[in-house]
Design a protein around this ligand. Sequence first.
Ligand SMILES: N[C@@H](CCC(=O)N[C@@H](CS)C(=O)NCC(=O)O)C(=O)O
Length: 197
Amino acid sequence: MKLYDLEPSGNCYKVRLFCALAKIPIDLVPVDFMAGEHKTAKFLSMNPLGELPILDDNGTILRDSQAILVYLASKYASEAWLPKDPAHAAKVMQWLSTAANEVQHGPGDARLVDLFGYKIDKPTTIANSNAILPIFEAHLANNQWLEMGRVTIADIACYPYIGLSHQGGVSLEAYLNIRAWIGRIKALPNYIAMSGI
Ligand SMILES: N[C@@H](CCC(=O)N[C@@H](CS)C(=O)NCC(=O)O)C(=O)O
């Protein structure tokens, strides 16, 4: 199973981290992002959005880190990571959507501006961060993990761009519960880091 990968990408890191934690063997295929390899015909045939990560599991080609987490958890990991019960599964999915939307467009995009020079309106990314981080903080005041009282793919999807907030000038200083949650994730068996986190 191949993961077309970019080391500094939090979206790629979600997948690398989950595979490490769930002990799913994966071959990392580094993509020359700076040269635009992800926009070549070969890559656009796998993901017309021209984005990474892309998973190739013996011909099953998937884009979007959240979708990839769902696939890997359902196919190769214990049900603990993604419950089958509809209400519990949907609770986890809520956070996957939050990862792709509010977290991406808050601390994720703030980092894209500061670290990689993306032309995204920085004040909007800060406002978005200031809107979503208190919601995590309040939720984590009463919960050790985002759902189920244990680590699930909800935590793995939301963690990278929150953990990398400082790289976009978003401080987690005031968010004690978020920082404690980050500490719990880092303490998981088989945890792997990425640069900056
Ligand atoms: N929703 C997608 C977003 C993927 C995404 O935006 N990937 C970035 C790297 S982190 C990318 O490839 N961007 C293309 C570009 O900037 O050219 C996911 O969660 O995987």
